[in-house]
Ligand binder design. Structure first.
Ligand code: NAP
Ligand code: MG
Length: 404
């Protein structure tokens, strides 16, 4: 079979440690033999970020703005230990944070479901995609402890000189106080990302907040979502038979736990922080969780939700064989290729993405899987394999899927 041609390049962002090793294996074994792969390559490996004073991350974000679709390998977010390990000039920001900031995007996480790895919640037959509004609220709050008697106030000094002020609490005993904020612009971008991704995935969108208590604060979130829906998306949603559903956050949780899954669940910042961990552990494994950053105007950056799997990498460096799960990394590529194919009207590329995903799932369901999944599965005949053996088994299955 001739290789599948590509028109527009994907923005390829290489990364660090074990996932960088998997990245090359996936390209060599599963992509380049079948696709005339066109990418614009950015090396976000920590060494090269340091050499370019992190300019490479900014350049990659600009390339996504130019081409529309990127695929990213997991990267190290430097901490003090990493600064020493790599002799870094400074402690750079997380590349994901930089990309998210520059693209003004929202991250959507979706588990890959296979038979034999059963979600802890029995009713979940389909994946639940969670979206977290990663701006403001308690993550940018100002807070302090109150040690003395006195009055805490919230004050807003407008540029025009007018002042709005309210008493928060009259303290007679020690306590704590916190003030937080968000902006209409950020909430609106979040809403747009959620509605456009729901349309692109043909899934219902749910949003929950606490507007019965925080009438102004969470009420503003609710209003903006409604406004954006009514003015920009209702027509398209109705045409696709999709629903936008707002409910109180407590009610959302209760319904999610009893649902079949299959929806996109938009969460405020803190709710998303907490519930994305709940979802990924209930679905089984972080190594099966995919992630995509979607900007309000519809730019896409696909990646795995997990990190660089450092412990496996150190074993790999010692020459030991590792059994690292490449599923989320492969699905980052298939997500990006499918989206590229959709934008370029390249059905062969989209079909290839479907075939490769099918091959991954069939491989695991046939019992061939990495150790992390072998430890979880209810399948009886399991063949635990190494990182490379798994990818080779997927390739074998892919040949069969493509010849069917
Ligand atoms: P991690 O790479 O996600 O790995 C944590 C543990 O989860 C691993 O030690 C491994 O458990 C298991 N695991 C995760 N992915 C796996 C896979 N694909 N296959 C098999 N097991 C897997 O998190 P970390 O070790 O805390 O962080 C390592 C580096 O990743 C850090 O420098 C962090 O900054 C970075 N990070 C990057 C991203 C990103 O780029 N999106 C996200 C998170 C973290 P066992 O060791 O028990 O097998
Ligand atoms: Mg969290």
């Amino acid at each position: 079979m001739a290789k599948i041609p590509m028109e527009t390049p994907l923005v390829e962002m290489d990364g660090d440690e074990m996932t960088r090793v998997l990245w090359k294996m996936v390209k060599d074994e599963l992509l380049e033999p079948y696709i005339d792969l066109k990418t614009e390559y950015y090396d976000l490996g920590l060494k090269h970020r340091d050499e370019t004073d992190d300019q490479v991350t900014v350049d990659a974000a600009n390339a996504i703005k130019k081409y529309g679709v990127g695929v990213k390998c997991a990267t190290i977010t430097p901490n003090a230990a990493r600064v020493e390990e790599y002799g870094l000039k400074k402690m750079y920001r997380s590349p994901n944070g930089t990309l998210r900031g520059l693209l003004d995007g929202t991250v959507f996480r979706t588990p890959v479901l296979v038979k034999g790895i059963t979600p802890n919640v029995k009713t979940w037959e389909e994946p639940i995609t969670i979206a977290r509004h990663a701006y403001g609220d308690i993550y940018k709050a100002t807070e302090f402890r109150i040690e003395k008697k006195g009055r805490a106030k919230l004050v807003f000094e407008a540029e025009d000189g007018s002042v709005t002020e309210q008493t928060i609490f009259e303290f007679t005993d020690p306590g704590v106080v916190e003030a937080m904020f968000n902006t209409d612009q950020s909430i609106r971008s979040f809403a747009r990302s959620c509605f456009s991704y729901a349309l692109s995935e043909k899934k219902d969108l749910w949003f929950g907040a606490k507007d019965t208590i925080a009438k102004k604060y969470d009420g503003r979130f609710r209003e903006i979502f409604e406004e954006v829906y009514e003015n920009e998306y209702r027509e398209a949603f109705e045409k696709e038979g999709l629903t936008y559903f707002y409910t109180l956050i407590d009610d959302a949780i209760a319904r999610i736990m009893k649902s079949k899954g299959g929806m996109i669940w938009a969460c405020k910042n803190y709710d998303g922080d907490v519930f994305s961990d709940m979802l990924s552990s209930a679905y089984g494994s972080l190594a099966m969780m995919t992630s995509v950053l979607v900007s309000p105007e519809g730019l896409y950056e696909y990646e795995a939700a997990h990190g660089t799997v450092q412990r496996h990498y150190y074993r790999h460096l010692k020459g030991e064989e590792t059994s690292t799960n490449s599923v989320a990394t492969i699905f980052a590529w298939t997500g990006a290729l499918r989206k590229r194919g959709e934008l370029d009207r390249n059905p062969h590329l989209m079909q290839f993405a479907d075939d490769l995903e099918q091959a991954v799932i069939a491989t695991i369901e046939s019992g061939t899987m990495t150790n992390d999944l072998a430890a979880l599965t209810t399948l009886e005949h399991v063949r635990p394999v190494s990182s490379l053996e798994f990818i080779q088994a997927v390739r074998y299955m892919l040949e069969r899927v493509r010849n069917d």
